[in-house]
Design a protein around this ligand. Structure first.
Ligand SMILES: [Zn+2]
Length: 289
């Protein structure tokens, strides 16, 4: 089975991006895996600190590994937004393929110092684990926000990106290029879309020369996502759109069978609802496959 690093290189060569979908339970994992399997494209499953705490760090690693092995399929696991060295090491020891070390809320110099330390510590456990670092401000919380945060001042510059990559040794960079965690109510309604700074992505890519991740992809304009991938984005994160679909699917399952108590008769509705999102997003990330 290929390592994530090789899959990442291959997708870059093909001009496509890997879809990264957060999971918090088996419904989400089943939907993500079934979509990737149907489209025959590699996929990255993400679990943030909160999601890991709910599922169990070693337990989510065992689930994803079991799918990869049983089906000989390129499904990988990322420790999303990890804020401490301790949690990064826990994920590394549990068999995660990648770790997002997020010290982006700290001043630049301190972010560099902590990220460099995390890269070295993680690689000493397993050099094949990819470490992603983050600079700039893209807000927090993959949920529905009342107001848009002012992120204009926190956009990543190409010079910063270059300096950050060179001084930390990270494998992957997550820049702030107009993206934002979570969605506004108007985005949930489909009235507004997130727009990306495509020129900035190209400039950051030429300066940083590493794979780039777009966080907070939910609610982004489709054409901007295509252009962002063409400009150098290699991984696209989606969480809030899946969470909304999960809730709607669950509600539908309960409404359709008001007296049912058997979980495996109710939950397929939620799996199908999430699958519609993951399938359409994976298609878009993979050249409308
Ligand atoms: Zn994120």
């Amino acid at each position: 089975m290929d390592l994530l690093e090789n899959v990442l290189r291959q997708t870059e060569k093909n001009g496509v991006a890997i879809g990264h979908f957060n999971i918090a339970d088996l419904v989400l994992l089943k939907a993500v895996f079934a979509s990737a399997q149907e489209l025959k494209v590699p996929v990255l499953v993400g679990a943030s600190e909160g999601e890991r705490e709910f599922m169990g760090v070693r337990q989510v690693a065992a689930l994803v590994r079991s799918l990869r092995e049983e089906f000989d399929f390129p499904i990988f696991l990322n420790a999303d937004h990890t804020h401490s060295l301790e949690k990064a090491l826990e994920a590394a020891k549990s068999g995660f393929d990648a770790i997002v070390f997020d010290a982006s809320a700290l001043p630049f110099e301190e972010n560099v110092r902590q990220t460099k330390e995390a890269v070295e510590a993680v690689k000493s456990i397993n050099p094949a684990i990819l470490v992603e670092g983050e600079i700039g401000d893209i807000g927090t919380g993959s949920e529905i926000h009342e107001e848009a945060p002012d992120l204009a001042k926190g956009l990543t510059t190409p010079a910063q990106a270059k300096q950050y990559v060179e001084s930390t040794g990270i494998d992957i960079l997550a820049p702030a290029v107009g993206n934002m965690h979570g969605m506004l109510q108007s985005m949930v309604q489909g009235e507004t879309k997130k727009r990306l700074d495509i020129v900035r992505i190209s400039q950051i890519k030429s300066a940083a020369r590493v794979p780039l991740t777009l966080h907070g992809g939910s609610g982004t304009d489709d054409e901007d996502l295509r252009k962002a991938i063409a400009a150098g984005i290699n991984i696209v994160h989606m969480n809030t759109e899946l969470r909304i679909a999960w809730r709607r699917g669950l509600e539908e399952g309960l409404r359709k069978q008001p007296h049912e108590v058997v979980p495996y008769k109710i939950l397929p509705c939620a799996v199908e609802s999430v699958k519609q999102i993951t399938r359409s997003r994976l298609r878009l990330f993979n050249n409308d496959r």
